[in-house]
Write a protein that binds this ligand. Structure first.
Ligand code: MN
Length: 300
């Protein structure tokens, strides 16, 4: 059973020289003052039924303190859809586009405007990949959830039903709202939350990357506290594992690699019909700054 559950596991996220396996721990050398310090682990698994893993994840960690302040960290996870191998192409194209453009971004561009642009570029990249592959590419699309970290802020952007959770003081809360037909119907009052959670349309995306030249991106800025954890995941995880269980798995003593493994294992035990991917980010400390017109200044 165990072997079956883990067959076909793949590690993604080979996006930086020090992060070419799933469980890399990212930390910038400690400067004299307190600053943002981040620990990270990720895992992507094919599940027990599907022949391919159409999920894909990547990250960018700053190599220097200066880079931590001018750019920060980027995490991104995508769940591809489309016939044949198109879903895999879509999610990989989107993640690689985000990673490359984050690296190439100008210094100190506010994360909200930067992520907005990067997601639009990733959308265009998937759209073009679909066009380039002709009829085979029809319907090629992907979800995307991404999180940028700098100083004491997390900016979260998403399209589709991949989610970001914030875990603080043992409680998890979803920072994203799924772009699915069921959720849209619930927000219009056509379905109750309960009906939406059980509806057949809960897996039907109302927005995705790659469907057109432009995409509506939901984006929000959150303050971080030391001890917070962020979880990015595909629906293979949140469809099978509850918010409460995610919070419990991420208790402050938990080793991130073990927590990632536990979550994937739990999703596979319960369901296993979909690919399961998770990125776990723990905030060890933050750098508190004030912001004036999008620029940071030191707080005394
Ligand atoms: Mn999925």
């Amino acid at each position: 059973m165990f072997e079956r559950a883990y067959r076909g596991r793949e590690y993604h996220g080979q996006s930086s020289p020090n992060a070419d396996h799933a469980t890399a721990i990212h930390a910038v050398p400690k400067p004299p003052n307190s600053m943002l310090e981040v620990e990270f682990a990720q895992l992507s698994d094919t599940g027990r039924v599907r022949p391919h893993n159409e999920d894909y994840a990547g990250s960018v960690q700053p190599e220097t303190l200066e880079r931590a302040r001018s750019h920060g960290w980027l995490f991104v996870l995508a769940d591809g859809v489309g016939g044949a191998l198109q879903g895999e192409v879509a999610s990989r194209t989107a993640v690689n586009s985000m990673v490359a453009n984050f690296r190439a971004a100008p210094k100190e561009e506010p994360l909200t405007s930067l992520l907005q642009k990067l997601v639009q570029k990733a959308n265009a990249a998937v759209f073009e990949a679909a066009l380039a592959s002709g009829t085979a590419g029809a319907g090629m699309a992907t979800t995307l959830v991404t999180c940028g970290l700098r100083y004491d802020r997390a900016v979260v952007a998403h399209v589709g039903d991949s989610r970001c959770y914030l875990i603080r003081n043992g409680e998890a809360k979803v920072l994203t709202r799924d772009h699915t037909v069921a959720t849209e119907h619930a927000s219009m009052g056509l379905l109750s939350e309960q009906e939406a959670a059980e509806s057949d349309t809960r897996h039907v995306l109302s927005r995705s990357l790659g469907g057109g030249l432009f995409v509506g991106v939901d984006i929000a800025d959150h303050q971080l506290l030391a001890g917070d954890a962020l979880v990015l995941c595909s629906d293979g995880l949140h469809g099978a594992v509850s918010t409460k269980e995610i919070a419990e798995t991420l208790d402050p003593g938990a080793h991130l690699e073990n927590a990632a493994q536990k979550l994937v294992e739990l999703a596979n035990e319960r369901d296993g019909s979909d690919n399961v991917s998770v990125q776990l980010i723990r905030i060890r400390s933050v750098e508190r700054v004030g912001m004036y017109r999008g620029r940071p200044y030191k707080l005394r």
